[in-house]
Design a protein around this ligand. Structure first.
Ligand SMILES: [Cu+2]
Length: 319
């Protein structure tokens, strides 16, 4: 046997030896507040050679609507209790109590590995950072309490038997999720523009309009507080040349229709800029609809050239 083969043969023994120090962890260790979360506790070993016969997990506050996944060969019990607050669930249902503990009873040999799963919902007001699911494994001989929680701001690597942790990520900021402005049956999503280089006289405006009403409406005009003129434009490629024309009568939007104003297509043109637009600022404006009336909106300004638009700022304007 070569030295190389010998080294390979030695690997499993090493793996078992280090495995004895592996902790119980969650398979998915990050999740967004306000999302649903499927937890799977990864259980790597028994207690110093003795098989596990019971596993108990405590559910932290903020984790609600917990449902353990049935597990062949294991009996599942749950301990229910009141939540510290009420959580909105779905279809207007509010949950004020639920599963606070799950206990699995069965047998897991020390040389085997298994996972213990449950589904849950994460409260939308959970703060970013770790939350902990203390676990106790009870073996034929002995037990291990995976219940150590690091002091705030400290990491848990130095702990001997840390509680499995889930890192809560912040919900997408409302700005990133896109702002929606509504009037009548009209909904306008995520108005945006781009920062302008010094001396620029024009800027484009982009957004999405959905007509959720019963009748056809028409965008006829509007305003942009940092510009003196507002026009509705259409851009088309004709004979290989990108051309743009104003739509003096505006744009019709049929019931149920969504029209996207985007670089290279329909867009708003802000002319006679009173000042440069800066990345990160918001600029107020209005959109005027024939039926829905005047809608106040706010445009988020992105970086120069942002949006990856072809010909952005580079096309010829025939005004
Ligand atoms: Cu234009």
């Amino acid at each position: 046997m070569s030295l190389f083969m010998r080294a390979l043969c030695a690997l499993p023994a090493i793996a078992i030896a280090t495995g004895a120090f592996a902790h119980i962890t969650l398979e998915t260790r990050e999740a967004k507040a306000g999302s649903s979360y499927k937890a799977a506790l990864k259980v790597p070993h028994g207690c110093d050679g003795s098989p596990i016969v019971r596993l108990r997990v405590e559910i932290p506050e903020g984790v609600f609507a917990v449902k353990p996944m049935p597990k062949p060969g294991w009996q599942i019990e749950t301990v229910r209790g009141p939540y510290a607050k009420t959580y909105p669930y779905y279809h207007g249902v509010q949950l004020s109590e639920g599963v606070k503990e799950i206990v699995w009873t069965g047998k897991l040999l020390d040389e085997h590995y298994d996972e213990f799963a449950f589904n849950s919902s994460l409260g939308s007001d959970l703060k970013p950072g770790p939350i902990y699911f203390p676990v106790t494994q009870i073996c034929e001989k002995g037990e291990i309490a995976w219940t150590e929680i690091p002091a705030p701001g400290k990491d848990g690597h130095a702990l001997v038997s840390p509680a499995p942790a889930l890192v809560i990520l912040a919900q997408a900021a409302s700005q990133d999720a896109g702002q929606t402005f509504k009037a009548g049956g009209i909904a306008v999503e995520t108005p945006w523009s781009r920062a302008t280089p010094g001396g620029a006289q024009v800027a484009g405006g982009y957004l999405k309009i959905t007509n959720g009403g019963a009748e056809t409406d028409r965008l006829t005009g509007g305003s942009f507080s940092a510009a003196s003129r507002f026009e509705i434009h259409e851009m088309k490629t004709e004979g290989g040349v990108m051309t743009m024309r104003p739509l003096p009568k505006g744009l019709e939007i049929k019931p149920g229709e969504t029209v996207e104003f985007k670089p290279g297509g329909y867009h708003l043109m802000f002319m006679g800029l009173k000042r440069g637009l800066k990345d990160g600022e918001s600029v107020k404006g209005t959109l005027i609809f024939e039926k829905a009336g005047t809608l106040e909106v706010e445009y988020r300004v992105g970086p120069i050239g942002g949006g990856g638009a072809p010909g952005a700022g580079g096309h010829m304007h025939r005004h």
